[in-house]
Design a protein around this ligand. Structure first.
Ligand SMILES: [Zn+2]
Length: 132
């Protein structure tokens, strides 16, 4: 279980890194629309992170299909809401497409090609030892 926790933390860190291009620049006086965009980004990131988390919990048998389905619907709705907000602020042009693309890109990065378990991108798989 400790391994799963480590993978989960690493995944979170990776996730925050991948999805936070806005944070790399120097901090300026931010107009209110940018603040709202950052809030929406934060909300989107949190919802997407939660989606990855519940997928992992399901994959290791900690969550039932029924729980997974209802939580996934909930988090997808949250992510969608945030994306729509971003769209209204001049963000994402295609809401569904962006969500799908982000999720699938992240999953691809984190999924071991050998055994299919989630692992830290670029590192050897903790489950089967396949090189990253
Ligand atoms: Zn593996």
């Amino acid at each position: 279980m400790i391994e799963a926790a480590i993978v989960s933390l690493a995944a979170l860190a990776m996730f925050a890194y991948v999805l936070s291009p806005l944070r790399s620049g120097p901090r300026r006086d931010i107009p209110s629309t940018s603040m709202r965009a950052e809030d929406a980004e934060e909300k989107k990131r949190a919802a997407l992170t939660a989606l990855i988390d519940i997928e992992e919990e399901r994959s290791i048998g900690k969550m039932s299909e029924a729980d997974f389905d209802s939580l996934r619907a909930e988090y997808e709705a949250e992510a969608l809401e945030a994306l729509i907000e971003l769209d209204g602020l001049g963000g994402a042009p295609d809401v569904d497409q962006e969500l799908e693309t982000e999720i699938s890109a992240l999953k691809t990065k984190m999924t071991c090609p050998s055994c299919g378990s989630l692992r830290q991108p670029g590192k050897a798989c903790a489950q089967c030892g396949a090189p990253g």
